[in-house]
Design a binder for this molecule. Structure first.
Ligand SMILES: [Zn+2]
Length: 79
């Protein structure tokens, strides 16, 4: 999901602080992972594996149903 703020940042010719940080991470840590829920960068020490399809909805513990997310999504009540 993109906000209007993100759209305007992308249209600017200048790098934002966030873009520079993202480029640094991209070029220095090629295996960096993004959260599949919010799109934010995941720190290697705080990655959680979440079910794409919730177990309550029949989701299995398979690789296909696994996604990397920030840790707090597993502790919060999901809708
Ligand atoms: Zn996230």
């Amino acid at each position: 999901m993109r906000t209007k703020a993100n759209t305007s940042e992308n249209q600017s010719k200048n790098f934002t602080r966030e873009t520079k940080a993202a480029a640094f991470i991209r070029d220095t840590l090629p295996k960096v992972q993004r959260c599949k829920i919010c799109g934010g960068y995941l720190h290697s020490h705080s990655i959680s594996i979440d079910h794409k399809t919730r177990k309550a909805d029949g989701g299995l513990g398979t690789l296909d149903n696994a996604q990397l997310t920030h840790p707090y999504y597993n502790t919060a009540v999901k809708n």
